[in-house]
Design a protein around this ligand. Structure first.
Ligand code: ASP
Length: 439
């Protein structure tokens, strides 16, 4: 009586259950409400706002209301490494043959590099046209920098030559790479493992394959639990930051905020163009099919958390073959972050404008290349784009403490850039579906 097709397999059912929990009940709306209330409460308590309570009490309240947010971020970060490893391995094993994988790899990697470069270029044009840096006054810079100092991350990239960096991509110690959350190494290690599995007999690989299936289901279940507190998380994290930096920090960076949003919107238009010209599809239908994925990306700020839903949307709504969707989406979620790259480019130039750093054409090209590299290495979790930005800033001679200036609006921008990141991955699946057919 019981039929087991790939659609109704226990794995699919479990994933569906977690995914349904994630998209239930207008999560995005609750998140937006959480965001609004967080800003309102923050402004009421902040010493630089209405200052309704003494400063020390406001700081205490801030850290308590941010607690659900810390738990939320902790849970997502806890599952990110196993989720990526299992999804990439399963993605490769479903592709069925090494030949297919090779053809796909040779097309998708240059495509990803192209869209990332396009995205940063759009960002650089927008930020140079709007010049958000010229709207900032010096007093505000000083206050924001001092309040942001506690958040400035340590330098994360080693000082290596280019050949050393390339050689360094092989995860000589996979555990260390996981401990360091070095996503590029994790992706490369998982790809190697997946290829090994593809080249062995199924009887040998079955136990490990089952382990990966469990890993994917278990991590998704944890993410769906974490999402229950997402609106409170956003409320608390935004409230805490507004208490710390006050209204000026939000208003002062208004033009910067608009520049990033305008860039992201233009990138969305670029995707729609790619979808109709290269993917051969109707852009409006495409947007309708991926709406739920976008809303979830907006709510979670994590391309990795959304990955299983993206795969499902690609297969069921965009009718992309599973062997393409299951390889392109996990790979894209980790190495193709067009929204993050655009945002990093805009933020870097914005801070250059504030600090009076004039970039020559050569330096701008270096910024473009570093940003491509940085967005590839950025883990697909909330709020990390800004951490990686610090290394880009060091490279172009901008004090990384400048991050304090843009910290206030980062959570909201993170939601928006993650939405673009996943839209980029889904666009890639549609393009690959067309390109792989033409073969
Ligand atoms: N949150 C982004 C993502 O997961 C990464 C970032 O830009 O912070 O796609």
């Amino acid at each position: 009586m019981v039929k087991t097709s790939s659609k109704s397999s226990p794995r699919r059912q479990s994933l569906n259950k977690s995914i349904r929990a994630l998209i239930a009940q207008h999560l995005w709306l609750k998140i937006l409400i959480g965001m609004g209330l967080g800003i309102a409460l923050g402004l009421t308590l902040s010493p630089a706002g209405l200052a309704l309570v003494p400063e020390s009490l406001a700081q205490d309240i801030g850290s308590w209301v941010a607690l659900p947010g810390r738990i939320f971020l902790g849970l997502i970060q806890m599952v990110i490494v196993p989720l990526i490893i299992c999804s990439i391995i399963l993605g490769i094993t479903t592709s069925g043959s090494l030949e297919f994988l090779k053809t796909m790899g040779l097309r998708i990697v240059p495509y990803f590099v192209f869209t990332t470069a396009l995205s940063i270029s759009i960002g650089l044009i927008v930020v140079n046209v709007i010049k958000p840096g010229s709207f900032i006054d010096a007093g505000f810079v000083e206050t924001a920098m001092s309040s942001g100092q506690g958040h400035v991350p340590a330098k994360t990239f080693e000082d290596l030559t280019i050949p050393e960096r390339i050689a360094n991509l092989i995860p000589t110690n996979f555990t260390q790479a996981s401990l360091d959350r070095d996503m590029l190494k994790i992706v490369i290690g998982s790809i190697i493992l997946g290829i090994v599995m593809l080249s062995l007999k199924q009887a040998i690989t079955k136990p490990f394959n089952d382990l990966c299936v469990f890993g994917q289901i278990a991590t998704m279940r944890i993410i769906s639990w974490a999402m229950v507190i997402a609106p409170y998380a956003v409320f608390g994290l935004i409230c805490e930051i507004v208490i710390k930096i006050g209204f000026d920090a939000l208003a002062g960076v208004g033009m910067y905020f608009i520049s990033v949003l305008a860039g992201l919107l233009l990138m969305l238009c670029a995707y729609l163009l790619i979808i109709s010209l290269i993917g051969g599809r109707n852009p409006i239908t495409f947007l309708k099919s991926i709406r739920e994925v976008q809303l979830l990306a907006f709510s979670t700020s994590s391309s990795a958390a959304v990955m299983p839903l993206s795969i499902q949307a690609a297969e069921e709504k965009l009718k992309v073959r599973p062997e393409i969707a299951r390889f392109v989406v996990p790979l894209g979620a980790t190495i193709n972050m067009d929204g993050t790259a655009l945002y990093q480019g805009v933020a870097a130039i914005f801070l250059c404008q504030i600090f009076g750093v004039d970039l020559s054409a050569g330096e701008t090209a270096i910024l473009l290349l570093t940003t491509i590299g940085a967005s590839i290495g950025t883990p697909a979790t909330p709020g990390v784009g800004i951490i990686v930005l610090a290394t880009i800033l060091i490279g172009i001679g901008v004090p990384p403490e400048g991050i304090g200036i843009i910290l206030g609006v980062d959570r909201i921008l993170d939601m928006c850039r993650t939405t673009i990141n996943v839209t980029g991955d889904l666009t890639a699946t549609a393009v690959m579906e067309r390109w792989m057919k033409k073969k």
